[in-house]
Design a protein. Structure first.
Length: 170
């Protein structure tokens, strides 16, 4: 059983490697035949050569100073570290939000004959409502209430605890 699963996973890996290899081979062929401008789409070999040139340090190691600092003196590594700093700074700025005081709201039950709905009140003004549900259906009422609570909290509102709904006549 383990041998067949290993063979299947190797087969999947092989299939997953074929498409990228075909794309790179096609790219190299198109670039070698000169069908595209090398300024627009250089060949994969030219890209690899340039990448290695950027990766290597600009000057040979002369024995002075730390080998590690020399190894990290390449243009690509310095540019990558600068880019990583900017990415992390962008994430930090994007995730930072000033604390907002949550707005308190009250949920009340409104009965309209055979149908009922929950109303959301802020400063005695209706700012939202649930979908209507049959007045006698307790499960539908609980479901509508839970959906309304989730929607309010997702919007930054903090509903007061609901134990006994207040009746609002229409």
């Amino acid at each position: 059983m383990a041998a067949s699963s290993r063979a299947a996973s190797l087969r999947q890996l092989g299939i997953g490697l074929v498409l990228p290899a075909v794309v790179v081979a096609l790219w190299q062929t198109v670039a070698t035949l000169g069908w595209v401008n090398p300024q627009v789409l250089p060949s994969p070999l030219a890209v690899a050569e340039k990448w290695i040139a950027y990766l290597l340090p600009l000057q040979p190691y002369d024995g002075q100073g730390s080998w590690l600092s020399w190894a990290f003196s390449g243009e690509l590594i310095q540019d990558a570290m600068g880019s990583m700093f900017r990415v992390l700074l962008g994430f930090a700025i994007g995730e930072w939000r000033p604390r907002q005081r949550s707005r308190r709201c009250r949920i009340v039950l409104s009965k309209l004959g055979e149908e009922s709905e929950f109303l959301v009140l802020v400063d005695r003004k209706v700012i939202g409502r649930s979908d209507p549900f049959p007045t006698a259906d307790e499960d539908a009422a609980r479901s509508a209430h839970d959906v309304l609570i989730a929607r309010l909290r997702a919007g930054g509102m903090e509903p007061e605890p609901w134990y006994e709904p207040r009746l609002v006549s229409a």
